[in-house]
Write a protein that binds this ligand. Structure first.
Ligand SMILES: Nc1nc2c(ncn2[C@@H]2O[C@H](COP(=O)(O)OP(=O)(O)OP(=O)(O)O)[C@@H](O)[C@H]2O)c(=O)[nH]1
Ligand SMILES: [Mg+2]
Length: 291
């Protein structure tokens, strides 16, 4: 039976770096739209994606985590992103916390942003698949500031159904905000070239150490479907300094090869095509000015 009441709304996922926001978004959608990694500020811009079922439509907004210590202008800009999303029209905010880490200044900075939101707020405690260490008591303390609390494991997809149910409860009645027929993919603000470059950046984040990932971005210049069905992707990793460039290339090119191979594999799964990835590394001291 068709339900009579349809719900619709915009829901932002806010949380400190690494709390699992992008993992949650991908697993709610059942499809990757946002890259993830164990390093903070993997997400650099807000990513909007649509979830839909017979209860209605949710536009999720995945936001970058706010870092405590700002090291460069990129981090400064990324840090403003979550706050600017909260100032937009939202129907609900999900505050995603990682109970395995202590509440600290960084966490409180993020909580400060969430607090400013006047509408309904959910406290979502992530990573419950991890038993120890836990600082869950510090987070439970905040319960009364929220309309509801849900414990989940974004990674292991635990209680995501329950979370969706609670989200729908708090959303207003309304018609879908985007027409499903216009949707080719759930991501609203990422075109296919951007998505391919994000996958490459994700692999760079996974393989590169220390501060090197923060010196890079990825750009896709060409995507061509060849006659034999092969997808040819020409891309560049840009880095801010020569000393990083040699680290990204690695001895005899091993590092860039590793990044490239991992990216190619995932691009093949994502596009369902054989992929040839031509990946080069370039120094561009000004790339941060253009993103
Ligand atoms: N054990 C466990 N790990 C998780 C869970 N959710 C996410 N992670 C891991 O936590 C790390 C960070 O996940 P992301 O989804 O990239 O975190 P994020 O909040 O989007 O981080 P930023 O984009 O940097 O703000 C990754 O290594 C994930 O695999 C979970 O439920 N359990
Ligand atoms: Mg993220």
């Amino acid at each position: 039976m068709e339900p009579v009441v349809q719900k619709a709304g915009v829901v932002a996922i806010i949380g400190r770096p690494n709390s699992g926001k992008s993992t949650l978004l991908n697993n709610l959608l059942g499809q990757k739209v946002s890259i993830t990694s164990p390093k903070p500020q993997t997400t650099r811009f807000a990513i909007q994606a649509v979830y839909e079922d017979d209860r209605g439509q949710i536009i999720f907004v995945d936001t970058p985590g706010v870092v405590g210590k700002v090291k460069d202008q990129l981090a400064r800009r990324i840090n403003l992103e979550a706050e600017s999303q909260v100032n937009k029209e939202l129907d609900l905010v999900i505050y995603l916390v990682d109970h395995t880490r202590e509440r600290d200044l960084e966490e409180n900075k993020t909580f400060g942003i969430v607090r400013k939101f006047q509408g309904p707020k959910l406290l979502v405690i992530n990573k419950i698949d991890v038993v120890r260490p836990t600082h869950i008591v510090q987070y439970k303390f905040m319960e009364e500031e929220f309309d509801d609390v849900v414990e989940i494991s974004a990674l292991e997809r635990k209680h995501l159904g329950k979370l969706l149910q609670v989200i729908f409860e708090f959303l207003p009645e309304g018609k879908p905000l985007v027409q499903s027929k216009d949707l080719v993919q759930p991501g609203l603000n990422i075109d296919s070239k951007t998505f391919l470059s994000e996958i490459i950046r994700e692999k760079a984040f996974l393989f590169l150490r220390r501060e090197v990932p923060y010196s890079v971005t990825a750009v896709v210049d060409d995507v061509i479907v060849r006659d034999n069905g092969l997808l040819y992707v020409k891309a560049r990793i840009l880095t801010s300094a020569d000393r990083y460039k040699s680290m990204i290339i690695g001895k005899g090119g091993v590092m860039v090869k590793e990044i490239s191979m991992a990216a190619r594999k995932e691009l093949e799964t994502a596009t369902n095509k054989k992929v040839y990835l031509e990946l080069t590394v370039e120094t561009d001291p000004h790339w941060m000015d253009t993103v």
